[in-house]
Structures are given as structure tokens and as C-alpha cells.
Design a protein around this ligand. Sequence first.
Ligand SMILES: NC(=O)c1ccc[n+]([C@@H]2O[C@H](COP(=O)([O-])OP(=O)(O)OC[C@H]3O[C@@H](n4cnc5c(N)ncnc54)[C@H](O)[C@@H]3O)[C@@H](O)[C@H]2O)c1
Ligand SMILES: [Zn+2]
Length: 377
Amino acid sequence: MYSSFSNRTEIKLGDGLKDALTGSKRVLIITDHFMVQSKMTEYVTRHLDEAVFQIFSEVKPNPDIKTVVKGVEVILEFRPDTVVALGGGSPIDAAKGMIYFAHHQDSSIQVRFIAIPTTSGTGSEVTKFAVITDTDTDTKHPLVDDSMLPDIAILDAELTKSVPRTITSDTGMDVLTHAIEAFVCTARNDFTDAMAEKAIKLANKFLIQVFASPEDVELRQRMHNASCLAGIAFSNSGLGINHSMAHTLGAHFHIPHGRANALLLPYVIAFNAGLYDDLTEANKRYAKVARLIWLDCASERQSTMNLIRAMRNYISKLNIPSSIKAAGVTRQDFDRVLPSMVEAAFNDPCTSTNPRQCSKKELEEVFIRAYEGKNVI
Ligand SMILES: NC(=O)c1ccc[n+]([C@@H]2O[C@H](COP(=O)([O-])OP(=O)(O)OC[C@H]3O[C@@H](n4cnc5c(N)ncnc54)[C@H](O)[C@@H]3O)[C@@H](O)[C@H]2O)c1
Ligand SMILES: [Zn+2]
């Protein structure tokens, strides 16, 4: 057995795009409608006087298989030497899927892949994950492959100034969930811990401040960095059932990814730590997370309780619903899809690195507690 750590992606902090595009002759920009309408695509096109470029802007939140298939056709026809993904996790993930499948259809397709995140949340600019939705079955499929790692990531918080408050809060809680899951999961190591610890500290310090002062670019840059650090951590360590459950919950009820993670987080921590029955080894790790943000006390159980209280506090301050019911899901709809959500969460790749082994019955219990809003505190 061994664990490993790598980060192939070159990270440029600030506007390093001009340098990143040196030598590019055929550039495909993969993005969404908002980026075109708001003219944010000019952030890229202003550097393309000497290149031929095309914009594919059909990506929607939670990108689906059909969009990826369309994008593959565009890549095979246009034959770019560089692909620039501009947007939140959705355009970046869609671009990853398109490049991956285009290369599998025609191995001569080799592109330089530049990812420019405009939200501070998924860390997709530095991860080997891409989450693609099958809209026919309401299933989210996390694809995992080293070849999906971008070559260059541009972390320029200027691009996040326009992110509305609800998306700032949802994506910010995604950062915290990535960092906490990476810190407690079974495949962590000292290197992933280093990234996760810094991400937790930055998000703890800056998320609420950014929510209160969204125009402050320096604060935004710190959350942008936190997002990327958490991405490096979990791309190496994996995640846990918080994400497994959020993937299927989000796919069934169209709840944004970060919000789905946030509302599940207190219930998942309580389950993984064994607060409903016997304390687990994972409880020690959650107590360490509490220590990182100055919430620990003599009892490890109490430290984890303090962490859960802090997460609930964020959820409340950020106007995120505190249960699945509060997110507007009716009991009837919830009960109807519960068996398939349990099945999907059990089989999600993120479950394999969860710090506590869990049965389908236990996953169902966590879902029900999260629906009803019943936690240990
Ligand atoms: N690849 C990974 O490692 C990874 C990790 C976590 C989540 N994900 C996936 O990423 C997706 C979620 O990504 P996301 O949370 O970044 O949101 P998103 O990309 O889906 O965007 C959400 C909305 O925010 C808007 N937006 C983006 N940037 C903006 C800006 N600067 N100003 C104003 N509006 C802006 C978009 O136009 C869109 O309407 C999900 O599909 C999720 O499953 C991937
Ligand atoms: Zn996530």
C-alpha cells in the first residue's frame, strides 16, 4: 500500500493569461451564456489577436452528457491547439469531459488546457475529477482521470467580483466541505493535510467576510486560493459520503452542488464521528479540524460538537437551508427517490474514501435526519 501526491497544474495567481496563451494559434473557449452576455469572455479574447478562436457557450450548471457530446464534435472539427475553460465548475468540468472523449476518438487531438475559474468553490481547475450529469436518470457521474488535470490554472479574483451572494455562499461552503472531507478521509496523507489545513483556515477566516463585502477583491482572492488549495487536497486524497450524497441529492432536486453539500455537512460529521452511537476514529480528525479554527476543548466529543455548531452557524449566516425539507423538497418527493439516492450514494466513487464504513441502511438514516433537520445539537 502507498499513497501519493502530485499537482501537475501550473497555478498563476492574478492575470497570467497572456503568458499562458503564448504560441496558441487555434483556441477553443468553453464557457456558459452568462460569460458571453456579461462580456467576461473578453478576458480571454483580448489576447487572441493573432489566433483563430471559437466560443462554445452552451454549458449549463451541472453539465450533462449531451453537452459534452456536442463539445466533442466541435473539438474534432475545429482541432484547437489550446482549450480555455472559463466559468465555474460546470464549464471547467464540461471542458474536461470534452477533451477526454475527443482524445479517445482521435488520439492526434492534443491540447494545452487552461482553466480559469470564476467562482471560488469546486477547485476543478486543479482536480482530476469531472462531474457529468445523465439527465435521463438524474444521476451525476464523477469521472476521475489524471489526464483531465488542466495544464494551467489562472486564479484571478477580479473575475469573481460579479458572483452573486447566493452563489458566493454555496460555492464557499463547497470549499469547506472539500477541505474537511479531504482532512478526515482514509486516503489522506501529510501532503494533502497541509493543503486541506490551509484551505480550512482561509475559508474560516474569509468566507463570511467575502459574503459581507463582495466587492473586496483582496478578500475574494483569499477565498479563490482556499478553493484551489482544497481542490489540490481532495484531488489527491478523495472525498467522502458528503459528496456522494450531495451528488445524487443535487441531481434529483436541482439543488446547487455547494448548497447540497452545505446542508448535509452537519449530519454527515455527526454520523462519521459516531456522535449518535459510539465515537469513531474519525471523531479525532474532526476534533483536529475544530482545533485548526480555535474551537477545540478538552473533550474530543465536545470539540466535534463545536465544529458542527460552527458549520450550522455558517449555514444560517449564509442563508443556506438547514435541512432538505427547508430546501423545498416535499416529503412525498423525498420518499419516492430515497431508495435510488441511497443506492447512488452507496456506489458513488467518493464513498470509498469515507472515514467510516457505512451500510445502505446507515446512509438512509443520514438522509432522513438531513431531511427532517434532526441533528445532535
Ligand atoms: N471537478 C471537480 O473537482 C468538482 C468539484 C466539485 C463540484 N464540481 C461540479 O461543479 C459544478 C458546480 O460548479 P460551480 O459551483 O462553480 O457553479 P457553476 O459553474 O454551475 O455556475 C453556477 C452559476 O454561477 C454563474 N457564475 C459563474 N461565475 C460567475 C461570475 N463570476 N459572476 C456571476 N455569475 C457567475 C454561472 O453562470 C452559473 O449560472 C457542479 O456540476 C459540480 O458537481 C466539480
Ligand atoms: Zn464539491
